[in-house]
Design a protein around this ligand. Structure first.
Ligand SMILES: [Zn+2]
Ligand SMILES: [Zn+2]
Length: 273
């Protein structure tokens, strides 16, 4: 949100408590039934409010009115003096530069990037110490302290994304590539026709005199009954049948047999020597 200094002087943001802000908002949205243009201009000044839907469509007036009705004004919400006067709140003090900066910081943080669907933020803890520092260096904004629920959520997200389940990788039965569970496709042995790979492997065995070449690795099957397909190998499958031979598959001449354990866990650097 941009703060226009010329406009600020004529119609500054005023210092109100949350109940007063709520009353001004009610006056604007319900009592006056302001036009959609007025509502849209108002939206970026209220915490957790947006003018567009998740699909980037402009919200209609009715939707905005509904959301404003559910909205609870917080410390970050900004009210213009003209709006306060309209609602009968006269001679309120304008926000100081520091207060204004703090509010815009919170509003910007909340309206940009990934949105968390949180209930309205509890009031920011305001430390006594900050007031005295404010006087010594106006314009300084201190990082606000996150509420405990927000901290818990961050820890939970971290634990989820680093859990064993989230990091587990499956080996592709046809090329050996390791992929995340979300990227691989499981196909029951009985439902996937791999005859094309069978033909390719047969001629590979004959041409290279290597009778041990296989089209898939037996040990990578799940419960001996389900193939694991990486997203690349899965591209070659249509109507439960391999239509082409995947580029990096064993059946395309990349079978090297069982790798001894000494060589299995080499690092990239070790592999080069
Ligand atoms: Zn608000
Ligand atoms: Zn694969």
């Amino acid at each position: 949100m941009e703060i226009d200094s010329a406009r600020d002087a004529a119609d500054p943001f005023v210092s109100l408590n949350n109940d007063e802000k709520q009353a001004v908002l009610k006056d604007l949205v319900v009592t006056r039934r302001s036009s959609v243009a007025v509502l849209r201009r108002c939206v970026p000044r209220h915490q957790n409010m947006t003018t567009r839907t998740s699909t980037r469509q402009e919200k209609k007036a009715a939707v905005l009115r509904e959301e404003f009705a559910l909205h609870r004004c917080s410390k970050a919400c900004l009210i213009l003096e003209s709006e306060a006067v309209q609602a009968g709140l006269y001679e309120k003090n304008p926000l100081t530069a520091t207060e204004l900066q703090e509010c815009t910081l919170i509003l910007n943080l909340r309206s940009n990037g990934k949105k968390r669907k949180n209930p309205p933020q509890p009031e920011m803890p305001r430390k006594q110490v900050r007031t005295s520092l404010e006087c010594s260096s106006p314009g300084t904004v201190f990082p606000f302290i996150l509420p405990q629920t927000e901290k818990d959520k961050i820890v939970e997200e971290f634990r989820e994304s680093t859990s064993n389940a989230a990091l587990k990788r499956y080996e592709c039965s046809f090329c050996g590539k390791l992929e995340l569970a979300t990227d691989v496709k499981m196909r029951p042995v009985t439902e996937l026709d791999i005859s094309l790979l069978g033909f390719a492997v047969k001629s590979l065995r004959e041409n290279s005199s290597q009778p041990l070449i296989e089209s898939f690795k037996n040990s990578s099957l799940i419960d001996r009954s389900t193939y694991v397909l990486c997203h690349l190998c899965n591209l070659s499958v249509k109507h439960h049948k391999f239509q082409t031979i995947p580029l990096r598959s064993y059946a395309n001449g990349l079978w090297i047999g069982e790798v001894p354990p000494e060589l299995k866990d080499l690092t990239l650097l070790e592999e080069r020597f």
